[in-house]
Design a protein around this ligand. Structure first.
Ligand code: B4P
Length: 201
């Protein structure tokens, strides 16, 4: 089993690249943003609470997203690997994810960290807001809060994975195909190293 985290600020291309990665590697895609938006569309109490928070550009409480991911892992016992998109976004989430995967006798194989300048992020999200119907993409102040939340709470998560030698920084500006190619090279290298280490055990 090989598990991947796609990491980066809002608008860095996590969702965009995830679609291509799951098609190539057959991973089960778990996006906390998508899971939350499904709850909002279904009008569940969780969705109603989450919408208020997301519309301010803030992070939904850890226990809510950890519960969602825990259920999703349980509901996919036959997955050959997971692609975590937009999760973990705090150190507490990263810690919980390690514990959940340990229960399944598996671990994170690689953290792909997309790097994009703030001005480019704002531009991409405002552009997406013209057609996506996402209320968190139309307001510059909300977009700025999301980027600030990333800097305060999410970026430190890299420090959790760095000592484990799992972080691969990837430039997230340029063509989507070119970025995808770089991500694949990183996955292939880490996957090969994991396979070799398992063969030695
Ligand atoms: P997410 O759904 O994760 O959304 P995102 O970070 O805004 O988008 P993403 O990064 O996937 O978008 P992409 O670049 O692909 O989160 C939304 C909200 O949910 C959060 O703010 C938070 O409130 C809540 N939430 C989610 N997970 C949470 C968690 N774990 N804990 C707490 N709260 C959580 O796309 C952006 C645009 O860029 C697109 O239009 C795309 O076409 C374009 N683009 C992509 N690559 C490009 C490229 N190379 N060049 C030009 N444009 C590109």
């Amino acid at each position: 089993m090989f598990n991947v985290i796609i990491f980066g600020p809002p608008g860095s291309g996590k969702g965009t690249q995830s679609e291509k990665l799951i098609a190539k590697y057959g991973l089960k895609h778990l996006s906390t943003g998508d899971l939350l938006r499904n709850e909002i569309s279904a009008g569940t109490p969780l969705g109603v609470e989450a919408k208020t928070i997301m519309d301010k550009g803030q992070l939904v409480p850890d226990e809510v997203v950890i519960g969602m991911i825990s259920n999703a892992i349980e509901n996919n016992p036959d997955a050959s690997g997971f692609l975590f998109d937009g999760f973990p976004r705090t150190i507490a989430q990263a810690d919980s994810l390690d514990k959940l995967l340990e229960l399944k006798n598996t671990r994170i194989g690689v953290v792909l960290a997309l790097e994009v300048a703030d001005e480019e992020l704002e531009q991409r999200l405002l552009n997406r807001g013209k057609t996506s119907g996402r209320s968190d993409d139309v307001n510059t102040e909300v977009i700025k809060s999301r980027i600030q939340e990333y800097k305060n709470k999410t970026w430190p998560v890299l420090g959790f994975y760095e000592p484990q030698n799992k972080v691969c920084a990837v430039p997230g500006e340029g063509s989507i195909d070119q970025i995808f190619e770089t991500l694949c090279l990183q996955i292939d290298a880490k996957k090969q190293a994991q396979d070799e280490a398992l063969a030695e055990d």
